[in-house]
Design a protein around this ligand. Structure first.
Ligand code: SAM
Length: 260
């Protein structure tokens, strides 16, 4: 699609949206678009019914992406925008981004030396949890988030939960047999207390399914079984909360400073 044509012609932008929506990543709302632009996503199209309000938000919250948004935004009438994006975000803006190639993500996950862990979600079931984990991984500067099983980590609900931060870390689905190199620390309530361990930068931090915990295949790959402190009689923590605690423990072993 020619972006200049779309900018000049809302009808053209709508047709272009329909043409690429199926194969693109929907960025739903200002914050998702802001994050995607900051972390280098290719965003060919952004539509809004209130251009002035979106640019005012950028002035206030994200001046670093204001010019990019200004060049990208196409105004379309509200009802036409809602026909393209039925659950339009209250900020009245949506964009389409190009999904990074699997090859690029696999390369990022395999790169050595690794300076931050990879998070593995072993057969996760809850799309909201997966999105929250991607947001955590991005915040801590993790190398990537790998999922095993059938959940698509690029499902629109996961992308919504991740607030556009899929572009700040490498997100891919893989088989347990293909996991990135590095010592596997598998999180399980029966494991060794995490407080007695230092997690290395090349750690692969694996977490079990919300329903049934770690699979046998993942357990067989684990070098260490690690537990989070938890009072007796409490069965387990929420998956995303567990990832947050483990990443915090990893980061606490590093010198403080900007960036994770
Ligand atoms: C909701 S829990 C799974 C509970 C599941 N019923 C089970 O049998 O393990 C999801 C994942 O979070 C992690 N997790 C939750 N609580 C934990 C704890 N106290 N210590 C270590 N990992 C924990 C584990 O990786 C677990 O597989």
């Amino acid at each position: 699609m020619n972006r200049t044509d779309a900018t000049a012609d809302p009808g053209g932008a709508e047709r272009a949206w329909r043409g690429i929506a199926e194969t693109s990543v929907l960025l739903d709302g200002f914050h998702a678009i802001k994050h995607a632009l900051r972390f280098g996503a290719s965003v060919p199209l952004a539509l809004t019914s209130d251009r002035a309000a979106v640019l005012a938000l950028a002035d206030e919250l994200a001046p670093d992406v204001r010019d990019a948004l200004d060049a990208l935004l196409v105004r379309v009438p509200d009802e036409r925008l809602r026909a393209l994006v039925p659950r339009l975000h209250p900020t009245a803006v949506a964009a389409l981004a190009v999904r990074p190639s699997r090859a690029a993500n696999l390369e990022a996950l395999a790169r050595t030396p690794r300076t931050a862990p990879v998070v593995v979600l072993d057969d996760p079931r809850n799309l909201g949890n997966a999105g929250a984990v991607i947001r955590l991984a991005a915040g801590f500067g993790a190398t990537g988030v790998v999922t095993t099983g059938t959940l698509d980590p690029w499902h629109p609900t996961v992308v919504r939960g991740g607030a556009g931060l899929h572009f700040a870390t490498a997100v891919e689905r893989m088989d347990v047999a293909e996991l990135p190199h590095g010592p596997v620390f598998a999180l399980d309530a029966e494991g060794e207390d995490i407080r007695s361990l230092k997690l290395p930068d090349d750690a692969v931090l694996a977490f079990g399914s919300e329903r049934s915990g770690l699979s046998e295949r993942l357990r067989a790959r684990a070098d260490h079984l690690v537990s989070l402190p938890m009072r007796p009689q409490v069965s387990s923590y929420n998956l995303a909360t567990s990832v947050g605690m483990a990443l915090f423990h990893w980061s606490a072993g590093r010198p403080p400073g900007p960036g994770a």
